[in-house]
Design a protein around this ligand. Structure first.
Ligand SMILES: *[C@@H]1O[C@H](CO)[C@@H](O)[C@H](O)[C@H]1NC(C)=O
Ligand SMILES: *[C@@H]1O[C@H](CO)[C@@H](O)[C@H](O)[C@H]1NC(C)=O
Length: 318
């Protein structure tokens, strides 16, 4: 609730400044006489201008905003007529010092205490202080990516401290081969990531999992090595085992396919010298990788054999 109130208050203060700007050139009404000039100077600090600004502080749909403005209408009057010269920053005067829903940047909570790491650079510039600038929160740090620890000075795994003292820390990402490191290159790893192995000089290099014996992929797959990993991809369906994608990268052809100049192509079983559909009245239909036997036209299958389709019986009137 306190976080929300401060947010609402900040929006109100921002909109007040916008309202000031939008009413800057206005006056009580057209014309440009000497009388109007005097009127203009009066409009600047008039109740009419204040009311006009107050009317436009909130979206009509925003309950929180309208509620807050209504509740504190007299504060706006006080500031407008008596405080704005001495306290020109409405946000600070209203939200922080008068209705006490916000705090100065770098501080948090009911008493506006300093955030972890100090109010100057909360979280040492490497995180967000919980409740920063509001009367809520606990002042602790949510560190930015790469940083950890109460003060956001330590680096997470995969990052190293490029610069570090008691109040300042810069964590930089390690080389992609390192789990932990002390510098930028693959020679600065303390530990290699999985998928990477140390060479003789202690640098982390990609392990080619595709050279593994026994192979890590299934028989109808080929292996694709990548930095730090590998993947198994399906072979073309015309292959029985393969080295890469495509019908021309088969180790051998799948049943129903034959090697034609290095590419596996469909065998047309129906055109082989020895007939494959041998039962009576059958005819052969080729398809990819196989064939089927169907009854020839004029015949239909009954109990596994192709028989003549009976002629419709003629009706004979007696
Ligand atoms: C306070 O912090 C907010 C949010 O980070 C920022 O927009 C604003 O400019 C800061 N105000 C001051 C006075 O530094
Ligand atoms: C810590 O390092 C930062 C950045 O290099 C520097 O500005 C600051 O003065 C240093 N502080 C101390 C206490 O050495």
């Amino acid at each position: 609730l306190t976080l929300l109130s401060c947010h609402t208050c900040k929006q109100i203060a921002d909109n007040f400044i916008k309202g000031l700007d939008q009413t800057k050139k206005q006056n009580f009404g057209g014309g440009n006489t000497a009388w109007e000039e005097r009127a203009l100077s009066k409009y600047e600090t008039s109740e009419i201008r204040l009311v006009e600004i107050l009317e436009n502080l909130c979206e009509s749909s925003s309950f929180d905003c309208n509620h807050m403005v209504e509740e504190h209408e007299d504060h706006f009057e006080t500031w407008w007529f008596k405080r704005q010269n001495k306290h020109p920053d409405l946000y600070k005067w209203f939200c922080i010092d008068t209705i006490n829903v916000c705090c100065l940047n770098g501080t948090f909570g009911p008493d506006c205490n300093a955030c972890v790491g100090g109010s100057e650079r909360p979280c040492h510039g490497n995180g967000v202080c919980d409740g920063d600038g509001t009367r809520g929160g606990n002042g602790r740090c949510n560190c930015d990516h790469g940083y950890k620890g109460e003060f956001c000075l330590d680096c997470i795994d995969g990052y190293f401290n490029e610069i570090r003292n008691d109040t300042f820390s810069l964590c930089t990402e390690c080389h992609s081969s390192c789990k932990t490191c002390t510098g930028l290159t693959n020679e600065d790893c303390e530990k290699c990531k999985t998928g990477w192995g140390e060479d003789d000089e202690g640098a982390c290099l990609d392990v080619n999992e595709c050279l593994n014996d026994p192979p890590l992929c299934k028989e109808d797959q080929y292996c694709l090595n990548t930095d730090g990993s590998f993947s198994c991809k399906g072979c073309d369906k015309v292959c029985s085992g393969c080295t890469e994608a495509g019908p021309d990268k088969c180790q051998s052809c799948a049943p129903g396919y034959q090697d034609t100049e290095g590419t596996c192509t469909d065998v047309n079983e129906c055109e082989q010298p020895d007939a494959v559909c041998t039962a009576g009245n059958q005819e052969c239909v080729n398809n990819k990788g196989s064939y089927i036997c169907i009854c020839a036209s004029g015949y239909e299958e009954q109990e596994g054999v192709c028989v003549t389709i009976p002629e419709p019986e003629e009706h004979v009137d007696l």
